[in-house]
Design a protein around this ligand. Structure first.
Ligand code: NG6
Ligand code: CA
Length: 528
């Protein structure tokens, strides 16, 4: 009897916690976000991949919630990450496009970002890995103090790849300075306008390359890979592409060890599966889809390393682990690395159409797993509609921080959905492809307004993207019923013009005013 009462009480407490969102202070978990780059819905074995085995992510899923309807906000990196960290849809900020390696900081210093919210709640905050949100104010001296950056928007510590692994400068930045760098006789210079310095480029020295690159990726060669942009100097600080996963994992592990006694938030932002794919030799041949799959196995190893570390430090039960990816998959993205030749029909987007850059589901529907023992039902699958734009408000609610109405305007508290407790989640999500035309999903319906850019994007990709290729779009607007047609093959706009009109209006309203003041559920109903 007593134990039944105890269970009941615990249950009621849990319900209350989930409804109010705020944990008692001593029960607040550490938070670890493990974020992938360009890993698609179908890339993990727990999401159906046959040619790539991801045992550590599969294990994470067996211990937590695996989401089927989780979204990033955009089909490219910078906008997606901008939304994740600021709680604002990236289309509201004109500058939130894929950034060059020398672009200024995109996020307003001092603003209420995810790390800032957690920092105010007493968390020690750190980012390790890909940043790609700009640095400095437009005239960075790579040999001096590089700021503002992550430390000015809420992170206590940072060890970052400034932009992407295919963009210069190919150096890590620790805090405000290039890591491992003191040689003032070999100053680092970076240009995205014109070639600088004497280093070989992909154009001048193609024989030095690990694999051929397209023109855009034929700038300065560092290691044996040509990059986007040109740089000079800093050779002793250049990163080693093959060692990158190990290097980032080392930093992440160290942070966990050092903060074992305090409450921490670690944003571990890995480079896999972004090009150039150069997994460590330990992982080459570990999948049946060439380097692209091998890099995913490497990423999975990193996940395992994090979980092993949490176990070793006895932090496993008290850490909320969130895994997801920043945008959909791509096979060819600038380098002839064999990804297409060795794809073997691997469905990187699972059952969905398209991938990176595109308005289709493959662009923004992300493999997503959340694990918090005792809170997330182990081994469960949730079809709640969740978006990464909500993580800020959801985590703020978890740690009991108030967000003023002025910030994180699109971010909703969907904590219960993120913990696998609420099967519904959001009402609708907006999907931002590489072009200006946004898509929207509500319930089973998916609407892509008319516009040229999605047509262009997919046609370009059809040429090179093997298993992600699908029938070309026309310039028309599209309506798909995802329940009947998850692969977005049959346009039913002529049969359901009223649904398309409703979604068009909802999209326009959201663009104009933001989700905070989103229409109430009555207005949201699909009307004839
Ligand atoms: C594109 C690059 C692509 C990749 C992408 C950013 C060209 C032709 N393509 O502009 O290779 O770097 O930017 O990827 O330059 S993301 O995942 O960071 O958004
Ligand atoms: Ca990406």
């Amino acid at each position: 009897m007593r134990s039944t009462t105890g269970v009941l009480l615990t249950f009621l407490l849990l319900c209350q916690t989930l409804v109010s969102g705020t944990e008692p202070r001593e029960a607040l978990p550490n938070i670890l976000i493990i974020y992938a780059d360009d890993i698609g819905y179908g890339d993990l074995s727990c999401y159906g991949a046959k040619l790539i085995q991801t045992p550590h992510l599969d294990r994470l899923a067996s211990q937590g919630v695996r989401f089927t309807d989780a979204y990033c906000t955009a089909a490219t990196c910078t906008p997606s990450r901008y939304s994740l960290l600021t709680g604002e849809y990236a289309f509201r900020n004109q500058r939130a496009q894929v950034l060059r390696g020398d672009a200024p900081l995109l996020i307003e210093p001092g603003s209420m970002t995810m790390p800032e919210v957690l920092r105010r709640a007493g968390y020690r905050t750190s980012i390790v890995g890909k940043w790609h949100l700009g640095l400095g104010e437009g005239d960075v001296d790579w040999n001096g103090e590089i700021k503002p950056g992550p430390l000015e928007v809420g992170f206590d510590e940072s060890f970052i790849i400034p932009a992407t692994n295919d963009r210069v400068p190919t150096v890590y930045i620790r805090g405000h300075r290039v890591d491992n760098w003191s040689d003032q006789d070999d100053p680092i210079r970076v240009s995205y306008q014109k070639p600088i310095g004497d280093l070989p480029t992909g154009i001048s020295h193609p024989e030095l390359l690990r694999y051929p690159a397209d023109r855009q990726h034929s700038g300065t060669i560092t290691g044996d890979i040509s990059r986007i942009g040109w740089m000079d100097g800093g050779q002793s600080a250049w990163w080693d592409d093959e060692d990158m996963a190990y290097e980032l994992a080392r930093h992440a592990v160290k942070f966990l060890e050092q903060n074992r006694e305090s409450r921490f938030f670690l944003f571990l932002s890995m480079h896999e599966n972004h090009v150039p794919r150069a997994p460590h030799p330990d992982f080459v041949g570990s999948s049946q889809t060439g380097l692209r799959g091998d890099a995913i196995v490497e990423f999975d190893w990193v996940v395992g390393e994090m979980m092993r570390t949490l176990e070793r430090l006895q932090l496993c039960d008290n850490t909320l682990v969130i895994f997801s990816s920043d945008n959909g998959p791509v096979f060819f993205d600038g380098y002839e690395d064999g990804a297409l030749e060795h794809a073997n029909g691997h469905p990187a987007s699972g059952p969905f159409r398209g991938g990176k850059y595109q308005p289709f589901e493959g662009g923004t529907r992300m493999p997503t797993i959340v694990r918090w023992p005792g809170r997330t039902p182990a081994g469960s699958v949730s079809s709640a509609l969740v978006s990464q734009v909500d993580l800020l408000a959801s985590l703020a609610a978890l740690v009991g921080q108030d967000l003023s109405d002025q910030v994180a305007s699109d971010s909703q508290n969907q904590l219960a959905a993120w913990l696998g407790q609420d099967p519904q989640g959001r009402d609708y999500v907006i999907q931002q492809p590489a072009g200006p035309v946004l898509a929207i999903r509500q319930g089973d319906w998916k609407y892509i307004p008319a516009g040229n850019r999605p047509v262009w994007a997919e046609q370009r990709h059809n040429l090179r993207n093997g298993p992600l290729a699908s029938a070309p779009l026309t310039k028309n607007a599209y309506l798909f019923h995802l329940g009947d047609d998850p692969g977005e093959q049959t346009n039913v706009i002529d049969q359901h013009p009223e649904v398309a009109r409703h979604l068009h209006r909802l999209l326009q309203e959201t663009i104009q005013r933001g989700d905070r003041s989103a229409p109430n559920s009555d207005q949201n109903a699909i009307r004839p």
